[in-house]
Design a binder for this molecule. Structure first.
Ligand code: PLP
Length: 399
């Protein structure tokens, strides 16, 4: 087991190469997802799974009821490829009030199979093979394979030690060959919430260099200590050069439903829709109806969600500190990115040791870097309080 890596393709083999290779080389250049692998290992060893970011508590009743009603009402055939009208209209309303952005449901919103598909469809829509995409590091592990699948050349830019934007590094990263940047705020794995000042700095670079921002804002409602979410697409000059990606997975605790969306100007949207159509035809129809119901939940839902996660982050933070991990409280999202330098094992050895001896699963830090990350481990706190307390009890023996 190693961190998910984009690898150099093999160029020689001891056996003769068949006249027509049976495998595509693009599948050789990255490994399977380490996050999902850790989930399988956790199941095998009966470990508490703090690896993969999904809740072990139920989603809101209103969503379950709406999903059942949709199935019973026979909303069981393909929805419109770019998403049901009702859902696109609800997304447009929410995005206007929460993100401060105006997108017309007919021309600016595309419902996708989660933000996973949204990111890949966006890259496929805007990147021609060989064009460069800036990726801040550490990054959500999917972005590595996404660049390979879309033919992009990733240019990794390290975040500062406190995970803020290192202005000099960003200025140097932008060049004539830069086509797009990938952003993620609130951030997985670091928990960093980029400030308006940081995002304005990046926005100015995008405008000056005629670059597209693709921004994954899946944790936009999970913020702590009074922080505010800023969408880079709402900043001056960015409306027409930003693809904003949202999802229902984390905000409504329905990661298995696979419903997300893109917001982009009509020209970009038309391209994304073409790619989306031939990748998936569309997102699950009855669940789109239930997601429209989710968007009608009262404002208090979002406050309670953040308050619940605030409590959970403090339970895990204390447990990790008590067990000897060096870590900080995250500013947003639902992960704690720890430093394991004190444990004298690299991330992969330590992750395995943690599963097999303590019975707790986490993700090796190298999954979030193209190089490095061996002194890091990521834990999620998207779990019931009892689950977190049990994990903390098990990890105490490490100290
Ligand atoms: N983007 C980020 C930053 C994530 O952390 C995750 C899941 O953990 C995803 C995307 C996947 O989202 P979805 O379930 O909407 O495909």
């Amino acid at each position: 087991m190693t961190g998910t890596r984009v690898k150099t393709p093999k160029t020689s083999t001891t056996r003769s190469i068949p006249a027509r290779a049976l495998q595509a080389s693009r599948a050789d250049v990255f490994t399977e997802s380490v996050i999902r692998e850790m989930t399988r290992l956790a199941l095998k060893h009966g470990a508490v799974n703090l690896a993969q970011g999904f809740p072990d508590f139920p989603c809101p009743e209103e969503l379950k009821t709406a999903a059942c009603e949709a199935v019973n009402a026979d909303v069981n055939q393909y929805a419109i490829t770019w998403g049901s009208k009702e859902l696109r209209e609800e997304i447009a309303k929410r995005v206007k009030t929460y993100n401060g952005m105006d997108f017309h449901p007919e021309t600016g919103i595309t419902v996708t199979c989660g933000s996973t598909e949204a990111m890949l469809a966006s890259l496929l829509a805007v990147i021609s093979p060989g064009e460069e995409v800036i990726v801040p590091e550490p990054f959500y592990e999917n972005y590595g394979p996404d660049t390979v699948l879309s033919g992009a050349v990733p240019h990794y830019v390290s975040l500062a030690d406190d995970f803020s934007i290192n202005e000099e590094a960003w200025k140097n990263a932008f060049s004539r060959t830069t086509k797009a940047i990938i952003l993620n705020t609130p951030n997985n794995p670091t928990g960093k919430v980029f400030s308006k000042k940081e995002l304005s700095f990046i926005a100015d670079l995008c405008v000056d260099h005629n670059v597209i921002a693709i921004t994954d804002e899946i944790y936009e409602h999970i913020l702590y200590d009074g922080r505010k979410h800023v969408s880079i697409g709402s900043l001056d000059g960015m409306q027409d050069r930003t693809i904003t990606i949202g999802s229902f997975s984390k905000t409504y605790s329905v990661t298995g439903w696979r419903v997300g969306y893109t917001l982009a100007d009509p020209d970009l949207t038309a391209r994304i829709r073409k790619i989306h159509d031939f990748l998936t035809v569309g997102a699950p129809a009855p669940l789109q109806q239930a997601c429209a119901a989710a968007l009608r939940l009262p404002e208090s839902y979002y406050k309670e969600l953040a308050a619940e996660y605030d409590r959970k982050r403090k339970i895990l933070y204390k447990g990790l500190r008590d067990a000897g991990f060096a870590c900080e409280l995250p500013q947003g999202a639902y992960y704690i990115f720890t430093d394991i330098a004190g444990f004298e094992k690299n991330d992969v050895e330590f992750a395995r040791h943690l599963i097999e001896t303590a019975g707790v699963a986490a993700v090796p830090g190298s999954s979030f870097y193209h190089e490095g990350g061996e002194t890091k481990l990521r834990f999620t706190f998207s779990k019931r309080d009892e689950t977190l307390e049990e994990a903390c009890r098990r990890m105490k023996q490490l100290a």
